[in-house]
Design a protein. Structure first.
Lengths: 609, 567
């Protein structure tokens, strides 16, 4: 700061920054990307370790014996499910009661804003069934949740079977200090949302549900189980929740520790861990795993039923059983023992999980990148915006070459600003682009009916196409003066916007920064219009999403053709809008109300006359 | 019950050799629960005709524990009720308990109206009791003590109801274990050496679903004329054993299975020693062995119950093996439990660490009668209640309480106290909601485990509930017709106290694991960032003349000494 209070040295520094602005920006961008890619390199990451004392040192012995019976119960459940073609509520209630649980049901109904074509649902009605194992001599203040979704078709029957088997086994144990809630939720996430809203008596999304009769106090942790085969080859851990929230890292550590102890193959993002980090393929494997996590987190949607718990400050994860062609199989007893061990350790918790990290990326299950390591990658990108803004600021301020020092400059700038019509001319594009953003946010739902009437498209397509139409049609706006002021404002706006986004959801912020920062940095009215317009469109949020869809498919080793990719793209947009209306995901409003208007500002600058 | 006491109630003043004016009774009530669990309730009652007050120095103690007697006289206690409970009574599965108590420790005391500084006496008393019962009662201070205006009336004789002399406090966090049981057992005349108390083995008592022990001291009438009073000490212990945890799922209970002991004798000091088994549903449901012919009927909690009685003072109760091991075996699991007419639950609604809402639900399961309940809520000061958001609704309609007593909290001094008299409509749920804001504590005020959360004690719901016997208007089975048209007064309603579950609320908590980082970062930001920015913004910069050379300065000094203006 001494540097800045000395006017001579300050001027020298500013001169340096303005003269070398472009090269510094390019270097920063490359350094940011390189830093990010380096995060997956194993020597740069930290090994995971259990931070929570209550879970670290306690030895537990897993004794769950009745995996076979659990699988049989799963089959029985499947038969009853088929018979009533839906959730076999009565059978579940009776079965849970026979196991000594306090059983309650919750009915809910929800009409989606438009039909969900992926899951083929529009008017959703369902019933959640949950049984509470009351801990002996505990005053109903704390609870743990184990949930399994009741999915249509043949999926997840084993998960419900195992849940009931564990309930029976857990019921006979004396050591529980927290109530355990066994929840079978109907219509996966919608049911889970209804249950959580009912449990906490909030209503954030306008769903209809009947109030819950029984509760177990404040929920400390939750696991959601997905299991569709009698034996599995590996267990996959899903962490990404709503709005990119992640559970405490200790939950992942706990899963990993027990997989190691019991000898179950465990994966994250469906990728096994590899030991050859020094080889190229090993490194690219780690990069793929981390990129998958980044893409999933950036999407802001819950990637399992656990995702909705995180809003309530409940640490939760989904555990998926995966049955591949590998030779070595794990049976239900072992999975039961894995869960038993995890629950016994969670039962030992004295406080909520809080010791370990909440912000992290995982290139493998045994390694993690904490917020302190990944934030510089974003910082390097964000600093470009600030450098460009500084450059513009100086350009706006310098015209009178006679001034002696920086303070006089600033005063003159201030003077110039207040006298010239600059502020108003900036305000107009700002307001118009935000109105456009608001239109993008409102219109798709409002006008879907009209679109369906006039055009031969289905409702979902109507929503998506309206969104795209709004997006492209309204982008040609131009006013006459002061593009520099506008660009300065836009740059700062983008910097604040991305900074806030990255704090909440690093992945989303980083991906947006990757594309928006170059666009913001280069655009002026003096570059070739057609080419720049093309580049700007390529770097727009919509195209970012399109690329992300293809990239995600590539990472999952399921490449798609362009046409399929386009359809996928449309469905991703409709899912994003649905996630917003059903669960309160913030990505859609963020893009529509803030990021897109910001991008429009740069579009304005390009077409400045 | 008063018969024994009355026998010994002769005027003892003139007797040269004082007759024992005290009396001890013990009993155990066993209630098989519909869920297959079993509920055992011990009661030990010591009656003593004496006067601790008015400067009387009582020095000779026989049955009454000396430690408690001294407490009564030293602190001028009129009535004392203390309970330690581990677990939550599950009203909907188990019905009403004989003696309700909230999870954790509960203490309420009525002082004599001669006490001048009640708060100081209360403070001392809690510390003394803390020592007697090996419990953390010393954590009771002004921040968790309230003076309920209506909910806790004296249970003994005396009509002073000025609630200035009442103190009520709960410690929902208190954990009850053997260290509390041992001093409690030591208060018994026979200790745990003989009588029913031999069953109280901690390894079994704490292998249960619910455990509660209590001590109640109150003055009672000596006889029906109530000319003299005597002190009653009731020690109670309630325990519920779980079918699944300890029974291998077999619906069969015996004294040995419950307590891993059998009975061989009554306490020799006891004037009565009995075991009651609630067999109201017999013989359809379960069988007893050994069987007894002694039956007793009593009105308990608004219901007419039948009990099998085993008198331990009779030698033939123990049979030829000289030991009594009662066996209760279920024959079938059918039949419905009588649904409790009143039950309540409470939870915290909302998410996030800024605000929240406390919901208290009170259920009236009576099909056609409404009844009033008194709700008492004591909420710690760090949950700042927004009392203007208080709503009481039943059946979707606003239900206006006929009496509200609210005492706002003072930060770090006293808790909120909210008492309401609410009419519960028949067959309804009444919901009481109030919003609150979570306060930021000072960093030294956090408990060692702040992320566990902070407890809010149970609400207390006291009510006169219409009796189930009175509900049954067609109960002409056992009663003569002429007696059953108008419901008689005693049976028409009964007193019930229901405790809700305590709440665990998370407060905004700093990350205590990195105070050093935080301090460093904050100091740096303030010192470097803010300081120099402020400097830059407020100071005006000028280019300074380069400082004069050394020779010039020396010359100036010399010129100054000479009184010539400097160069």
């Amino acid at each position: 700061m001494g540097l800045l209070s000395d006017p001579n040295r300050r001027r020298a520094l500013i001169n340096l920054l303005t003269r070398l602005n472009a090269p510094i920006c390019v270097v920063c961008y490359m350094a940011g990307v390189a830093w990010f890619m380096g995060l997956a390199f194993e020597p740069f990451t930290l090994r995971t370790y259990m931070s929570e004392n209550a879970m670290g040192s306690t030895m537990v012995e897993e004794r769950f014996p009745s995996g076979e019976r659990a699988v049989a119960t799963g089959r029985e459940f499947a038969a009853h499910k088929k018979k009533v073609s839906g959730m076999p509520v009565e059978w579940l209630v009776k079965t849970m009661q026979a196991r000594g649980l306090e059983v309650y049901t919750q009915r809910f109904s929800r009409t989606l804003p438009f039909p969900d074509e992926n899951k083929e649902r529009y008017m959703v009605k369902g019933t959640n069934v949950y049984g509470i194992l009351r801990a002996p001599r505990a005053p109903r203040t704390e609870a743990l949740v184990l949930s399994a979704p009741c999915t249509p078709g043949d999926n997840n029957n084993q998960a419900v079977g195992l849940l009931l088997g564990l309930a029976q086994y857990f019921r006979n144990q004396i050591y529980w200090a927290k109530d355990i809630i066994f929840l079978v939720n109907d219509h996966d996430l919608i049911g889970m949302q209804a249950w959580l809203e009912g449990y906490h008596h909030t209503n954030t999304t306008g769903m209809d549900w009947s109030p819950l009769q029984g509760r177990g106090g404040s929920i400390q942790a939750a696991l959601s189980l997905e299991l569709s085969s009698d034996v599995v080859t590996s267990m996959d851990l899903v962490l990404e929740g709503l709005n990119g929230q992640l559970p405490n890292l200790d939950l992942a550590n706990l899963f990993y520790a027990f997989c190691q102890k019991i000898g179950v193959l465990c994966t994250i993002q469906g990728k096994l861990q590899r030991n050859d980090w020094d080889s190229v393929s090993g490194y690219s494997h780690a990069v793929q795993t981390m990129m998958l996590m980044v893409m999933k987190q950036a999407s802001g949607r819950p990637w399992g039923d656990h995702g909705l718990f995180l809003r309530y400050h409940i640490e939760a994860a989904t555990i998926k059983g995966i049955n591949s062609f590998r030779q070595y199989k794990t049976d239900a007893t072992t999975i039961g023992r894995l869960l038993e061990g995890m629950y016994r350790k969670l039962n030992n918790l004295l406080e909520r999980l809080h010791q370990s990290y909440f912000f992290y990326l995982m290139p493998s299950l045994s390694h993690f990148v904490s917020i302190g390591y990944y934030m510089p990658a974003f910082g390097l990108l964000a600093v470009i915006l600030l450098l460009r803004a500084l450059d513009l600021w100086v350009q706006l301020a310098t015209p009178p070459p006679t001034t002696e020092d920086g303070i006089a400059d600033i005063e003159q700038v201030r003077h110039a600003h207040s006298s010239s019509p600059g502020v108003l001319s900036v305000l107009t594009p700002l307001v118009i682009s935000h109105l456009t953003g608001a239109a993008l946010y409102m219109l798709p739902i409002r006008f879907q009916e009209m679109a369906v009437e006039h055009f031969p498209v289905s409702e979902t397509e109507a929503v998506v196409l309206t969104a795209i139409a709004v997006y492209t049609l309204l982008t040609i706006i131009g006013t006459e003066q002061g593009w520099r002021v506008l660009k300065l404002v836009a740059l700062l706006y983008l910097a604040v916007l991305l900074g806030c986004t990255a704090l909440i959801n690093f992945s989303l912020g980083f991906i947006l920064a990757l594309t928006l920062v170059p666009a913001a940095a280069f655009v002026t009215p003096h570059v070739p219009k057609v080419l720049s317009a093309f580049v700007l469109v390529i770097l727009s949020p919509a195209c970012t999403l399109l690329f992300s869809v293809f990239f995600f498919q590539e990472l999952q080793e399921m490449p798609v053709s362009f046409l399929d990719g386009w359809l996928l793209y449309l469905s991703v947009i409709s899912q994003g809008i649905l996630d917003h209306f059903l669960y309160g995901s913030l990505v859609y409003p963020l893009i529509a109300l803030l990021v897109y208007p910001c991008w429009l500002l740069f579009w304005n600058i390009l077409f400045w006359k | 019950h008063y018969a024994a006491a009355q026998k010994q109630a002769e005027p003892a003043v003139l007797q040269p050799t004082p007759q024992p004016k005290d009396d001890f009774q013990e009993e155990l009530v066993v209630r098989p629960l519909h869920s297959g669990d079993i509920y055992a309730s011990f009661q030990f009652r010591t009656l003593w005709e004496t006067d601790f007050m008015r400067g009387n120095k009582v020095s000779h103690y026989r049955l009454f524990p000396k430690s408690l007697g001294q407490v009564i006289s030293k602190f001028s206690v009129r009535e004392l009720h203390i309970s330690f409970t581990q677990g939550y009574w599950r009203t909907m599965q188990w019905g009403q308990p004989y003696l309700p108590s909230p999870p954790g420790a509960e203490l309420w005391v009525w002082f004599q109206d001669s006490v001048t500084d009640v708060d100081a006496t209360w403070k001392e008393l809690t510390n003394v009791l803390s020592g007697i019962f090996c419990a953390s009662l010393n954590f009771i201070d002004s921040t968790n003590t309230v003076q309920p205006s209506a909910s806790f009336k004296p249970l003994g004789i005396g009509n002073v109801t000025d609630h200035r002399f009442l103190r009520y406090a709960t410690l929902p966090r208190e954990i009850v274990c053997t260290e509390n049981l041992t001093p409690w057992k030591k208060l018994l005349p026979c200790g745990s050496k003989a009588g029913l108390a031999v069953l109280l083995k901690s390894e079994k008592l704490f292998h249960s679903s619910f455990h509660s022990q209590a001590v109640h001291i109150r003055p009672v009438c000596q006889d029906w004329q109530c000319k003299t009073t005597s002190w009653e000490l009731r020690q109670t212990l309630n325990v519920v054993f779980d079918l699944h945890n300890s029974g291998q799922g077999k619906r069969e209970w015996s004294l040995f299975k419950m307590f891993s002991r059998t009975l061989t004798e009554a306490c020799p000091l006891a004037s009565s020693s009995k075991i009651y088994i609630d067999i109201t549903d017999n013989p359809e449901q379960f069988e007893l062995s050994p069987a007894t012919s002694l039956l007793s009927q009593a009105m308990v909690l608004g219901d007419r119950r039948t009990f099998s009685v085993y008198d331990l003072t009779q030698q033939d109760t123990f049979g030829s093996v000289r030991s009594l091991n009662l066996l209760i075996r279920w024959k079938s699991t059918e039949g419905d439990m009588l649904r409790p007419l009143l039950h309540a639950e409470r939870y915290v609604a909302g998410y996030g660490l800024q605000t929240g809402e406390i919901h208290t639900l009170m259920y009236n399961h009576h099909p056609y009668r409404s009844f009033p309940v008194l709700l008492l809520d004591s909420v710690p000061w760090y949950l700042r209640l927004y009392i203007h958001t208080l709503t009481v609704t039943s059946k979707g309609k606003d239900n206006k309480p006929s009496y509200i007593h609210y005492q706002p909290s003072k930060d770090r001094v006293r808790p909120h106290l909210l008492e309401m008299l609410v009419q519960l409509p028949p067959n309804s749920v009444t919901e009481v909601t109030v919003q609150f804001e979570r306060a930021l504590l000072k960093w030294t005020e956090y408990t060692p485990d702040p992320n566990h959360g902070f407890y809010v004690g149970s609400s207390v719901i006291s009510s006169l509930v219409p009796s189930t016997v009175a509900m049954d208007t067609n109960s002409t089975r056992e009663r003569p017709l002429f007696s059953s048209f108008f419901p008689c007064k005693e049976e028409s309603s009964y007193f019930v106290r229901v405790y809700t579950e305590p709440l665990l609320v998370n407060l905004p908590t700093p990350d205590f694991s990195m105070p050093y980082n935080v301090i460093c970062l904050t100091c740096t930001v303030v010192a470097v960032g803010y300081g120099s920015l402020y400097n830059l913004l407020t100071r005006s910069f000028q280019i300074e003349e380069p400082s004069p050379g050394l020779a010039k300065r020396i010359a100036n000094v010399i010129r100054k000494m000479r009184g010539v203006p400097p160069l």
